[in-house]
Ligand binder design. Sequence first.
Ligand SMILES: Nc1ncnc2c1ncn2[C@@H]1O[C@H](COP(=O)(O)OP(=O)(O)OP(=O)(O)O)[C@@H](O)[C@H]1O
Ligand SMILES: [Mg+2]
Length: 323
Amino acid sequence: MPAADEPPSRHVVVLAGGLTHERDVSLRSGSRLAESLRRDGHDVTVRDADSDLVPWLASQRPDAAVIALHGGRGENGAVQGVLEMMGIPFPGTASHDCRFAWDKPTAKSLMRRAGFPTPDWFTLSHSTFRDLGASSLIELLVSSIGLPLTLKPHQGGSALGTNVVRAAGELPASLVSSFGYGEVVLVERFVTGREIAVTVIDDGSGPRALPAVEVSFPGDVFDYDARYTAGMTTYHTPARLDEAGRAAAAELAVAAHRILGLRDVSRTDAIVDESGTVQFLEVNVSPGLTETSLLPMAVEAAGESLGGLYSRLIEQAISRGKR
Ligand SMILES: Nc1ncnc2c1ncn2[C@@H]1O[C@H](COP(=O)(O)OP(=O)(O)OP(=O)(O)O)[C@@H](O)[C@H]1O
Ligand SMILES: [Mg+2]
């Protein structure tokens, strides 16, 4: 029998897979989370988000679901909305609020409006290049944002479709590559410095930041290979920042969590530039949970287990459902 203060054993569905470029990452996140929750005594089923999901969930009636889907409907609020319609509690951001974090330019606008630093950017659709002429727009981008610059799909993850452009002549090919991942591209000033990820948890007493995790990787961008190839990246937890830098990183991540209306858990990605300013890049509502993912490293550094954290967030979601 569990002790009085131990969370009860629950029937939990972990949603993982999905038809996005990040399917493999999601499957790995899902199986790691499932293992951790099983170690904490829960009855866990890992389930893909496919066309049988809704009737299957209706027949299972789990106590709760956890979304370990990355990209697309796992982060844009669609699956969250399905769970809300079905009355299945889940930890994480409510469906309507996911849109702010999911769309990188929207998140950047809201953070800048609130006074937080984020690299200068413009957002352009594929059809704008077609209708207004690619060569003059390319010239404008180079003169206004400057080089180097970063191109990335406005919605997406795992740095897929992210390109760094160092010379104007590289821009056309890089645009084609980024537009391969979506109709809209975020063109952003490239920032050099230390890249960090700050996990924020709200388990009942307000959002608080866990220790920042710093990533040090070969090349310009923390790309797919650097993230998921063992030994390619060095992780520093906590990040190698002085006290003021750590405080600024925590403040930025907690502010992003609040300003973008996020719930329970989020992970903000940022770069501490050469002047020590913490620049907001983006925030994730369904952070990676794989062996090399940054949220589990932060949780461990805070002296907690992944299963223990998600067990508490599941209980919180169940109580929210009752209210
Ligand atoms: N403005 C920038 N300056 C320098 N590097 C950048 C910039 N924007 C993005 N990067 C690099 O590209 C990577 C991916 O960018 P970003 O975190 O915005 O998108 P993502 O693909 O959604 O990532 P995630 O999978 O973490 O959600 C970053 O981890 C960073 O290494
Ligand atoms: Mg990121």
